[in-house]
Write a protein that binds this ligand. Structure first.
Ligand code: TMP
Length: 230
């Protein structure tokens, strides 16, 4: 890998697809990557982004128009890219983000009906058109994901209302969009069947990302034995 050229990996999926758990298992497998690992997420990734996340997800407080929602996620992303992602990539790090612009295409685009071209224009303006090297999509049946997501939020006593307010038809459009994005650019995506056991999904995510880094960097990385069957 040339100096200053990091690798940008994103994990995407519908609500309740198991992304966050998969990332927690991926981190130890990537601990020794050359240049070092940066784990981050959207909306969030910066203090300012966290503030926007709270505005977007607060229960029953705000009812954003789709256009306003697009600009909020774009503002969080602009800050995240400028202050965190680009500097890390310039330092040669491997950046792994829990969600990125694929979520905007899925949620604000397919979910809330904004034209894809509009989202791509905003993305180009706010990030200098930074796209991930690899996006890993966790593909799960929206009904199963919705049930899982609701159970998790209830268990956490969360004040977010995204699942109830969006509903199954919305989640179906979101999941279909992630698959369509992957089909449109297969060289930059990997789709993982997330309806299987958690151990199998976590092992697959780690093997996919490590395999990609190995191919990209032409260097040896340890096999993901640390996460298999964990
Ligand atoms: P998360 O906790 O799984 O990251 O979920 C954050 C929520 O924000 C999730 O419902 C998806 C939504 N979201 C968007 O609507 N647009 C976006 O661009 C991003 C990054 C997230």
């Amino acid at each position: 890998m040339p100096p200053g050229a990091g690798v940008f990996v994103v994990l995407e999926g519908g609500d309740g697809s198991g992304k966050t758990g998969a990332l927690a298992h991926l981190a130890p497998a990537l601990a020794d990557v050359p240049g070092g690992l940066l784990l981050t997420r959207e909306p969030g990734g910066t203090g300012e982004g966290q503030a926007i996340r709270a505005l977007l997800l607060a229960r029953g407080v705000h009812h954003w128009d789709p256009q306003a929602e697009l600009l909020l996620v774009a503002a969080a992303r602009a800050q995240h890219v400028a202050r965190v992602i680009r500097p890390a990539l310039a330092a040669g790090r491997v950046v792994v983000s829990d969600r990125y612009v694929g979520s905007t295409l899925a949620y604000q685009g397919a979910g809330r009906g904004l034209p894809e071209a509009e989202i791509r224009t905003v993305h180009a303006l706010t990030t200098g058109d930074l796209w991930p090297d690899l996006t890993v999509v966790l593909d799960v049946d929206p009904e199963l994901a919705l049930a899982r997501g609701l159970a998790r939020l209830r268990a956490e006593g969360s004040r977010e209302d995204r699942f109830e307010s969006l509903g199954l038809a919305f989640q179906r459009r979101v999941c279909a969009s992630f698959l369509a994005q992957a089909a449109a650019a297969p060289e930059r995506h990997a789709v993982i069947d997330a309806g299987r056991s958690i151990a199998a999904v976590h092992a697959d995510v780690a093997a996919t990302v490590l395999g990609f880094l190995r191919r990209k960097e032409g260097q040896g990385f340890a096999e993901p034995t640390k996460v298999t069957g964990a």
